[in-house]
Design a protein around this ligand. Structure first.
Ligand code: C2E
Ligand code: MG
Ligand code: MG
Length: 284
């Protein structure tokens, strides 16, 4: 009877997962993990306000493997407890290097996944890491997805408050896709909400525009009421940019402005402080 479920496809998937896991273990030793950075900009001017650090895995045979493929594996296998601290060290080291080179830095946001968030001593670990690179909590931010925070809300409130007390800014990522009730949202010590990119993707879409537009507007309103910054994620078109400006959202991140890039390509942008983007001067 069991064989009914044990299909060749399942076999292949298990094998593939296993191979990815083995390769990911080696990736740490072989130094194959690196960070790209994507600017978050003031929508009307293109001024760079902060950067998001996004991990990349450069495998010798497979090339760049997407984090959407390997983060879930890292989470499932516990490797996230190695990956998280590595990402943090890479981000801290980069800020330190930019500063030493006289580059005007902006805060760098690091993603924390659920597996890291609920780990004993997280705030202490992060604090120690930051201090060891001679940078300050104001140089960093953390992004936690709505669903990770909701997994164990009381614990999340305690841990995040701890980070907040140390001076780190926090934002809630992929907002609108989890199940955050508004009363919970109020308890989380967040400074910003990132509107999930799926809503932005539907702005301007003939069939889905109405609903997503209503959700984006509601989130912007929520931000004003709760005194939270709103960051729109996945902005790709001028129409989306205009929509955001019209509805009072001032900060965005997306391919329209800049893709995630390696540090050496971010450096000149930081020196310029502003992003040259398509339509920066275009009439509203
Ligand atoms: P996220 O934190 O929501 O990051 C935003 C994702 O949207 C990134 O994908 C980014 O490259 C992509 N993106 C940015 N602008 C646009 C746009 O205009 N259009 C579209 N279609 N996509 C855009 P990426 O780098 O593949 O990362 C995917 C997810 O993997 C992240 O989603 C985050 O959940 C996770 N991740 C990435 N780096 C890390 C990390 O260092 N640690 C942890 N725990 N998770 C990470
Ligand atoms: Mg993020
Ligand atoms: Mg997101």
């Amino acid at each position: 009877r069991l064989s009914r479920f044990y299909t060749p496809t399942l076999n292949r998937e298990i094998l593939e997962q296993f191979q990815l896991e083995q390769a990911l273990r080696q990736a740490f030793e072989r130094d194959e993990l690196l960070l790209h950075y994507q600017p978050r900009v003031e929508i009307d001017t293109g001024r760079i306000l902060s950067l998001e650090a996004l991990v990349r895995w450069n495998h010798p045979d497979w090339g760049l493997v997407s984090p959407t493929r390997f983060i879930p594996i890292a989470e499932a296998t516990g490797l996230i407890l190695q990956l998280g601290p590595l990402v943090l060290r890479l981000a801290c080291r980069q800020i330190q290097q930019w500063r030493a080179a006289g580059v005007p830095t902006v805060p760098v946001a690091v993603n924390l996944s659920a597996g890291e968030l609920y780990q004993e001593g997280l705030a202490q670990q992060i604090g120690d890491c930051v201090a060891s690179f001679q940078i300050t909590p104001a140089d960093l931010e953390f992004e936690i997805t709505e669903s990770a925070a909701m997994r164990s809300i009381d614990q999340a409130v305690a841990i995040l408050s701890n980070l907040r007390d140390k001076g780190f800014a926090l934002s809630i990522d992929d907002f609108g896709t989890g199940y955050a009730s508004l009363s919970y949202l109020n308890r989380l010590p967040m400074q910003a909400i990132k509107i999930d990119q799926s809503f932005l993707a539907e702005i301007g879409n003939v069939e889905r525009h109405r609903q997503s537009a209503a959700i984006v507007k509601a989130i912007v309103g929520l931000g004003a009421t709760l005194d939270l910054h709103i960051i729109a994620e996945g902005v790709e078109t001028q129409a989306q940019r205009r929509f955001l400006l019209e509805h009072g959202c001032q900060v965005a991140q997306g391919y329209l402005f800049a893709r995630p890039m390696p540090a050496d390509r971010i450096e000149p942008l930081l020196r310029a402080c502003y992003l040259p983007f398509d339509g920066a001067d275009a009439p509203g």
